[in-house]
Design a protein around this ligand. Structure first.
Ligand SMILES: C[S@@+](CC[C@H](N)C(=O)[O-])C[C@H]1O[C@@H](n2cnc3c(N)ncnc32)[C@H](O)[C@@H]1O
Length: 380
């Protein structure tokens, strides 16, 4: 089968999780640099990775790599790509990109140069004077690193966080792929009780249930590669079949999602039903102050409200403090919380065992990890 080069993009702080996912999917341990993980693959993997990756942002198909220290080199390199065999003649071409440690760093200028090079190539190859751009959008992506440009097609389209189950917007919802990354960073595994006491629109609990039941995140959505004339449809059909075969919907799991707001819980139920996991999640309208569990051990992964978005700071700290007290009353539980509040640990009443930096809608957040006693003793 034809060898290709793919690049997976991931949010800062999430690259390690995506690398673990890639390893599990059989892609070894490719290196990550500036939020991108590149490796050789087969053309069928475009569909597989889009369907299976939980924490990634996008999957890019590399078309060319060339030195580009000047705009002339960049223009020629883009124009040398046989676009007429890649893009539909009526494609609406959108160019975007990033540059790191390179002489070409003005992104809007690079966008214009790349677009002009593609248009010139297409017009002369197709014998037309104007590109109609009346068809489906194709996103071309450039990445310039140390004066070497890589030109790719965005095979994903709408970011991979859009699974399709969330059709209503709650208060400060977290992206689906960030929620999945948080669960994958936690010590959750299938069989362990799970709870999110600030569930909002249900994202973290739904992603946990999908993970536990091996339901692929991209099973029911569309991707831009479906519009590529050269991409055989059969690979998406096969990836979906593989995903269906891997599902373990018969598994019994213990996932609880609660929130003080009855409307949020209603929305979470709706989203869980659309994701096909409503029967596996226990929903409750409940104040975090009443959070408890009959289970001896389990894991909480959550996204408490914080001062500048939903509540004033004092009230937000009181809620985080309540979460800390409820957690202290549990036996062998661990807790993982994302928060933009710089005083989270003080409000929680305990220093985290580990802290990472994650980004929630571009906002820098802490991911505070509180392990079980046993995990701490064994040096998790
Ligand atoms: C940042 S949002 C969670 C968003 C959620 N992760 C999602 O993806 O939709 C915080 C949630 O905490 C809930 N909340 C506020 N006060 C609460 C309390 N005392 N007990 C439980 N939930 C509370 C809010 O109703 C809101 O849905």
């Amino acid at each position: 089968m034809e060898k290709i080069r793919l690049t997976i993009s991931a949010a800062s702080g999430v690259e390690g999780v995506v690398k673990r996912e890639l390893k599990r999917l059989g892609f070894g341990e490719p290196p990550a640099e500036f939020g991108a993980i590149s490796f050789d693959a087969e053309i069928a993997d475009v569909a597989r990775l889009n369907v299976f990756l939980r924490a990634a942002d996008r999957v890019y198909l590399s078309l060319a790599r060339f030195p580009a220290a000047t705009f002339d080199e960049f223009f020629d390199g883009v124009k040398n790509i046989p676009w007429e065999g890649i893009l539909p003649q009526d494609a609406k071409i959108v160019v975007d990109g990033k540059s790191f440690l390179s002489r070409l760093y003005a992104l809007s200028a690079c966008q214009s140069v790349a677009k002009k090079a593609i248009a010139e190539r297409m017009k002369s190859a197709c014998g037309i004077s104007v590109l109609p751009e009346s068809g489906a959008t194709v996103k071309v992506f450039f990445r310039i690193l140390r004066d070497v440009a890589e030109i790719s097609l965005d095979t994903t389209g709408t970011g991979l966080h859009k699974r399709g189950y969330r059709d209503r917007v709650g208060c400060a919802p977290i992206r689906e792929n960030l929620a999945a990354a948080m669960v994958l960073l936690s010590d959750y595994y299938f069989g362990r009780p799970f709870a999110d006491p600030f569930c909002g629109s249900g994202t973290i609990a739904i992603e946990t249930a999908m993970l536990a039941l091996d339901i692929a995140p991209g099973l029911s959505r569309r991707f831009d590669f479906e519009n590529f004339p050269f991409y055989p449809r059969v690979y998406l059909e096969r990836a979906r079949e593989e995903a269906k075969d891997k599902e373990k919907r018969e598994r019994k799991i213990s996932v609880t999602a609660s929130d003080i707001d009855p409307q949020a819980v209603k929305m979470a139920k709706r989203h869980a039903a659309r994701a096909g996991v409503a029967d596996c999640i226990r929903f409750e309208v409940k104040d975090v102050a009443r959070f408890e569990s009959a289970e001896r051990a389990g894991v909480i992964v959550t996204n408490p409200p914080y001062g500048d978005r939903l509540l004033d700071e004092r009230r937000a700290h009181a809620l985080i403090g309540e979460l800390g007290r409820r957690f202290a009353a549990l036996k062998d539980w661990s807790l993982f919380a994302i928060s933009a509040d710089k005083n989270f640990e003080k409000a929680f009443g305990r220093k985290a065992d580990k802290r990472r930096k994650l980004y929630n809608s571009e906002k820098e957040c802490g991911f505070y990890e509180y392990f079980t006693k046993r995990e701490k003793e064994n040096g998790r």
